[in-house]
Ligand binder design. Structure first.
Ligand SMILES: Cc1cc2nc3c(=O)[nH]c(=O)nc-3n(C[C@H](O)[C@H](O)[C@H](O)COP(=O)(O)OP(=O)(O)OC[C@H]3O[C@@H](n4cnc5c(N)ncnc54)[C@H](O)[C@@H]3O)c2cc1C
Length: 206
């Protein structure tokens, strides 16, 4: 251990010791390292395109609600299906949603993509019928695609209604982060800037 100012070497699994106004020391607590990198839009879309299971978050009157769902990416839209229930009721009232797709290989090797978008229901009437058929064509390529979204569900002793519908999410914003095992055993991060030092104090003094 020793003073590391103005340059400290850090990885996610080293312990940072704080004193006074800045980071003063670091002690190693493990032997593997990870970097988090920003993914390009193309990489983020690639992950969405190969992901089957997403987390769909909606919100109503300040209360968030999130469910796992299956979805398929195509040309800036995510297509899905659902039975009528809380998420559909909420998205009809507030169509602004957030979707998370992720790939987790290990604690140091993962990728996650976050989409902000707008819910659009696809009823069996023009002008939606074509998009509804498109949703079906995309979804049915996957075996047992209706499960577990379309199965009898008993809640509080009662079977919930099995009213089926298709929808899509128009993607308005997308970002991707990837955690990668670090090939450089001693990555460096400058804490000479006060902003970075403040961030370290905030995060590591909890
Ligand atoms: C791997 C996987 C894939 C799925 N794919 C789809 C899909 O493609 N389409 C689809 O519509 N559904 C899918 N589901 C089911 C989905 O996650 C919801 O459970 C279901 O759609 C009901 O949501 P709802 O908002 O209509 O709930 P409602 O039936 O209105 O639920 C009432 C209450 O039950 C609770 N609840 C609902 N769902 C869950 C849950 N999953 N876990 C814990 N509590 C819950 C909530 O507290 C909610 O307030 C999938 C689930 C899994 C695990």
């Amino acid at each position: 251990m020793g003073s590391l100012d103005p340059q400290i070497k850090i990885s996610c699994n080293r312990r940072i010791l704080l004193s006074g106004d800045g980071v003063s020391a670091v002690s190693e607590i493990a032997a593997t390292y990870m970097l988090i990198k920003e993914m390009t839009t193309e990489e983020s879309i690639d992950l969405l395109a190969r992901t089957r299971l997403c987390r769909l978050a909606c919100a109503l009157e300040g209360q968030p609600y999130i469910t796992p769902i299956h979805c398929v990416y195509d040309h800036n839209y995510l297509y899905g299906f659902s039975t009528l229930g809380q998420k559909i009721t909420w998205m009809r009232k507030n169509p602004l949603v957030c979707v998370l797709a992720e790939e987790l290989i290990s604690a140091q090797d993962w990728a996650s993509v976050i989409v902000s978008g707008k819910y659009e229901e696809l009823p069996d009437i023009e002008p939606h019928a074509t998009h509804r058929q498109h949703a079906y064509n995309l979804l049915q390529k996957r075996a047992m695609w209706w499960e577990p979204g379309y199965v009898e569900t008993v809640l509080h002793g009662k079977a919930r209604p099995m009213q089926f519908l298709y929808f899509r999410i128009h993607i308005q914003q997308i970002s991707g982060h990837r955690g990668v095992p670090d090939s450089d055993p001693e990555p460096t991060l400058s804490v000479a800037q006060p902003r970075v030092a403040r961030w370290f104090r905030k995060v590591f003094s909890r």
